[in-house]
Design a protein around this ligand. Sequence first.
Ligand SMILES: C[S@@+](CC[C@H](N)C(=O)[O-])C[C@H]1O[C@@H](n2cnc3c(N)ncnc32)[C@H](O)[C@@H]1O
Length: 268
Amino acid sequence: MPAPDSSATTDSELPSSARIYDYALGGKDNYEVDRKALDKVMEAFPTVRIAARHNRQFMHRAVGVLAEAGVRQFLDIGTGIPTEPNLHQVAQIESPEARVVYVDNDPVVLAHARALLAGSSEGRTAFVAADLNEPESILAAPQLRETLDLASPVAVSLVAVLHFLSDAQDPAGVLKTLVDGLAPGSFVVASHITSDLDPEAMERAFEMYSRSAVDVQARTHAEFTTFFDGLELLDPGIVTVNRWRPAIEPPAWLDAQVNCYGAVARKP
Ligand SMILES: C[S@@+](CC[C@H](N)C(=O)[O-])C[C@H]1O[C@@H](n2cnc3c(N)ncnc32)[C@H](O)[C@@H]1O
């Protein structure tokens, strides 16, 4: 993987959600402050690393299914620190000409963006440093417009990022603005943490997380479902990420180790 761009500034004093997640996935792009933050969360949610892996694998399967179905354009918001295979690598296995725009608001992800920009010669990737809270600016970004044709279907992925938006920040409204800017036949891929399956432990874990890093808000199945109003959910609907079209049927006990819902939906 290419070395990070040292001109991008990152803060090693404060934990970052991107670096904490990198540590959870076994990556090396994190600091002690991030490792300590995750260790605290693990006291209440000891399977958080299993959850992170299943979340990442959900993204791989969802993107694989959409690429196989003919989707050639992807907009990935809340990309995270590059972790192979990255989204474009999954999409470009199926269709080397696939185009991917990555978006993240953390300078540490920007510093590693070069690893996201090395795609197939037939395809194209771009990185936009932007905030999900400003969906209009994301859709208007010149790097996005040069890479994606918004008159044709795009799959927008919001994987493990919507829970960083509070109710006051209106994640459903943000998602609607994004979807309104996309052509019919576009898709949404999203995952979201929940405390439905083990309320006490998860509320403690989210409290720990919010205390050391940024605020995180778990949502119920019913709350996550409202994000897909007006869209057609693909089978199997809204399930824990390990249950979204797995290669083999997962055991029942795994759901409460994962605590994260995922879904893929189509804009009619
Ligand atoms: C838990 S990681 C998920 C990474 C990747 N999507 C995955 O699921 O494997 C969340 C990412 O979302 C980014 N993020 C959080 N809030 C954001 C916001 N308001 N706008 C853009 N990115 C955001 C963080 O910087 C981090 O890289």
